[in-house]
Design a protein around this ligand. Sequence first.
Ligand code: 4NP
Length: 157
Amino acid sequence: MSKPSVLFVCLGNICRSPLAEAAFRKAAEDAGLDAHADSAGTAAYHVGEPPDPRSIATAAHMGVDIAHYRGRQLAHHDYTRFTHIFALDHSNLDAILSRMPEEATAHVGLLMDVVEGRAGEAVPDPYYGGADGFLETWADVDAAAQALVAMLRRGLA
Ligand code: 4NP
């Protein structure tokens, strides 16, 4: 199996997908899984910006520094550079699929589909809510990160 290389995709790449990237990096490191991770947005609103301060604080609370992450938009080459592309919700999954080039090799799916009993669920956007929403986002993306690392370790994803 080639080294897993996972891209997490939300709308702005400042709230949910940086947390998903952080949770996955931490879960992979804890499990001794050699994997590459990144995140991107389907929109270009926050290209070059650091994550939302609430995401930075939440990740720091969980032991991961994401202050150096920078927003970027999903690009054509992502479809061949990554083995897996996971959308945080359905509208972003639709956007990823609608831009999928002919030569795409990545497996594309909804992130919460990897969590037993939670297939089809979206990770809600915490952008317009309070700080509590970011802890809920972490709980969702961490559940997915744990499940994904377990699947990748067993060669099932
Ligand atoms: P994200 O949250 O997709 O989880 O990064 C959002 C961040 C910014 C905006 C929307 C959602 N925005 O409209 O600027």
